[in-house]
Every structure is written in C-alpha cells, then in structure tokens.
Design a protein around this ligand. Structure first.
Ligand code: BG6
Length: 345
C-alpha cells in the first residue's frame, strides 16, 4: 500500500531494540505494519481492522486486494481479510440484526490499535498485533441499529510463513445477544505457470514442437482446488440455498460460487488451496464450524464497482472461516473466541 506519510517506527517492545519484529504505524495512524527479520510482513488497516497484505519472506503476496478497493473508510475493503460481525450476509428480517447492512458493521468501523503483545505472549520469532472495537467506540448510527454492549478483540499474529487471526467477542451489557462471525479471507491464486505441450506424433517431432511451441500460461482459478471439504454438508447460495453434500475429489470452481460448508471433520484438520496440483496454503480453524467458499466469477466482478481488475476473479478465491450457519448466543458476561491459522507452503 502507498504510504503518503513518513512512517513513525515504533519499537515493538516499548523502547528496547527488538530483534524480532518492526511494528510501524503510518498513513495518518491508519495502517499498522509488522515486518519480521525474515522479511515476512503484514499490514492491517484500522478501518475494519482489515488485513490488507500478507507477504512471505520472499515478498510474495498471499492475499488478493482489488486495485479499486476503498481504503479511506467510505466502504468495506474489497479484498484482504474483512471481518464479518455481528451478521453474515443479508440479515434476516425478524432478527435483532435486521437493520444492519450485509455482513454487519465490524468491517465498516474504525478499530483501535491496542498494541503489540508483550514478551512471552507470542511465539518466539512472531509478532502479535491486537485491535479493539467496543460499543463505546461505535458510531451512533450503528448503535441505533444494534443497541448491545459488546467488546471485540482481534489479534493478528505473524510468524514465518504463517498468519493467524483470532477474534474474542464479549457481551459487556445486561442483555443477551446473538451474533455470527466470519473472517472473509480473499486469497490470491496465480503463483505459478502451467506449460502446454503440443501433441506430437513422434519423439523427434515432440522435441522439436516443445522447443518451438512450448506455451507458458499463468495459472489461475481454473487450476485451483480447495481440498479438505469432501463429504461436508453445504448450503449452495447460488441454488436456492439447497443443502448439498460435497463430492469427493476437492472443489473446482467453474462459475459464480457461493457455498457455506460445515465439515464434520475437526476444525484443526486443514483445508487447503491447491494450485496446479501443489498445496500453496492450508487453513486450520479453532471454534469456527463453517467455511464459505466464494468467487464472484466474471458476472459478479462486473457488478462490483470496487472490483478491479475486472478479470481479477481469475486470481482470487475466498475461503472464509467462521461461525455463520447458526447464531452464537452470548448472555451477560459471556465470551466467545474463534480463530484461523493460515500456513503457506
Ligand atoms: C460472501 C457471501 O461471504 O461475501 C456472498 O457468501 C457475498 O454472498 C460475498 O456476495 C461478498 O459480499 P460483499 O458484501 O463484500 O459484497
């Protein structure tokens, strides 16, 4: 992301030199960046506490962010990891969230940077950034639409080759409330090339054809599969919310896809993104029963003003860990926590 303002470097350990990570706040205090000595980095926008970049040590970006995404707080960021709370999708008309927009208000609100975790609180060689949003900080317009007292603490932990995000939701009021949570992660897919070899009649002509006609194409969504959801029950939002069972062999996308999976395997069993036959990323979950798989495809991308480039759908897939198929009810004083860990390979 561009940084119009000179970053103010923060020591990650309150004044002492930190051999582990450099944490910076820039862009008029709206973007928090952490860089590990290995070169792995993460950027989190305070607007929505949206992770807008995650790069590995080689500088390779793991997340997709639309080049037309708004990062000025005028609308949720199209890409990265927007946080969905307290409702997933369009709110039901007869529910306490009914007046909220699709996916709630967490991704539309400015969060507070609570700081870097103290020594001993995060793994050695990693850095944990904490962000907070509570009813006290919420714009009055949101409070009018959802008048509950809540506290959210969102932690983003960067380790070499790994990014973990966890959300703690607490009910700080007298009244019980119901909520849904989703980490709406847009993964970038396009890391490699596939080679097309011409069909040839003999070994000699094959060799000559290869030398003259070898075609290298960049991989995209057509070469991508999501594995780990075989035999899971899912709601197909593109087919009248029918409940279906995922066939074996992984999920390949060939059209606009919007499905809510509830695997019966343990959440710690990874779900993987496989590109050109190679696992590039795996996602494990903690206390989040559901996984949304979404790609807007050509027609969906056309309909979104903030989705650019228009063929960007070929280079992204949303695999979204959450707790969305039912409601989590929190009584006064109750606390809920859910997390995902994404590992690059
Ligand atoms: C997904 C939903 O999580 O988010 C889709 O399942 C939705 O139905 C998509 O279209 C994008 O939502 P939005 O509000 O960011 O355009």
């Amino acid at each position: 992301m561009d940084r119009p303002n000179k970053p103010a470097a923060l020591s990650a350990t309150g004044g002492k030199p930190d051999p582990q990570a450099q944490v910076t706040i820039s862009q008029a205090s709206s973007l928090v960046t952490a860089v590990l000595p290995t070169g792995d980095s993460v950027e989190v926008l305070l607007y929505g506490a949206t992770v807008v970049s995650w790069k590995d040590a080689s500088g390779q970006e793991k997340l997709f962010v639309s080049t037309a995404a708004k990062t000025d707080g005028s609308k949720p960021v199209r890409g990265g990891i927007p946080l969905v709370f307290p409702v997933f999708g369009a709110p039901p008309k007869d529910h306490a969230t009914a007046k909220l927009p699709q996916h709630g208000f967490a991704r539309n609100s400015r969060w507070e940077f609570l700081g870097k975790a103290g020594d001993g609180e995060s793994e050695s060689g990693s850095v944990k950034l904490d962000f907070g949003l509570s009813s006290g900080q919420l714009d009055q317009a949101w409070k009018d639409k959802w008048p509950y007292d809540f506290g959210l603490v969102y932690s983003v932990t960067l380790s070499p080759g790994k990014l973990a995000t966890s959300l703690v939701v607490s009910n700080e009021g007298e009244e019980a409330f119901e909520c849904q949570v989703l980490m709406h992660t847009y993964f970038r897919v396009n890391v490699g090339f596939k080679f097309l070899f011409p069909a040839s009649s003999s070994a000699l002509s094959f060799t000559l054809d290869c030398l003259t006609n070898l075609i290298a194409l960049q991989q995209d969504i057509a070469d991508t599969k999501v594995t780990g959801l075989d035999s899971a029950s899912y709601i197909d939002k593109m087919d009248g919310a029918k409940v279906k069972t995922q066939a074996a062999g992984g999920i390949s996308l060939s059209a606009l896809t919007d499905c809510v999976y509830t695997p019966d395997t343990p959440p710690s069993d990874p779900i993987a993104i496989v590109e050109g036959g190679k696992t590039t990323l795996s996602i494990s979950r903690d206390n989040m029963a559901d996984v949304v798989v979404w790609n807007p495809w050509e027609e969906g991308a056309k309909g979104m003003g903030d989705f650019e480039p228009k063929d960007g759908w070929k280079n992204m897939i949303c695999v979204e860990a959450g707790s969305v198929r039912s409601w989590t009810k929190l009584e006064r004083g109750d606390v809920w926590e859910g997390a995902q860990t994404m590992t690059a390979s």
